[in-house]
Design a protein around this ligand. Structure first.
Ligand SMILES: [Zn+2]
Length: 172
């Protein structure tokens, strides 16, 4: 069976221009209540790529033929997926991943679709470009545990609440 024999997914969320590829794939998997690895497998995209310790959110950049296959499944122009690929220099093991909680949960283009911004995977980023605040950090061992984007959002929300509790204890 070749890529051209595969039927497109019945429904596929559109990628946002500032989103990272893993976030988009994680949202596709959530849509079908699968893990990212299962989604990959049933889509017959070949061996699941070797990822860093942070898991699929820090997805390795894909070869063109895989991008073309995925674009066909999602009925997208391959350029849209090419633009959200992770730069290969960013794919490395790390202890934590930065994010801005407000930006994560408040997607101005679609409030119902939280997404992980690609810029947060830049190993040197410290501050939210939108809010000017220092980014929060979540341990990579937590993001790696998430099976899809819905699960990742639950784990990040839980982590965020714990950070808030710690900082309010420090204040009072
Ligand atoms: Zn922000």
């Amino acid at each position: 069976m070749s890529f051209s024999d595969l039927r497109p997914w019945p429904v596929a969320p559109r990628p946002f221009h500032e989103e990272t590829f893993g976030s988009w794939l994680g949202r596709v998997a959530s849509r079908y209540q699968m893990s990212v690895a299962q989604m990959w497998e049933i889509s017959q995209l070949g061996a699941f790529p070797i990822l860093s310790n942070a898991g699929w959110i820090l997805f390795a950049p894909l070869p063109e033929r895989t991008l073309v296959a995925l674009s066909a499944l999602a009925r997208l122009n391959p350029d849209r997926l090419a633009r959200i690929q992770t730069p290969s220099g960013w794919v490395r093991n790390r202890s934590t991943l930065p994010y801005c909680f407000r930006c994560l949960v408040l997607n101005p283009l679609d409030v119902a679709a939280p997404r992980w911004k690609r810029i947060w995977l830049d190993p040197d980023i410290e501050v939210c470009e939108e809010h000017g605040t220092t980014l929060e950090r979540i341990p990579a061992q937590i993001t790696r545990r998430a099976r899809n984007m819905d699960r990742l959002l639950m784990l990040v929300s839980k982590h965020h609440r714990q950070l808030l509790q710690i900082s309010s204890r420090r204040l009072y």
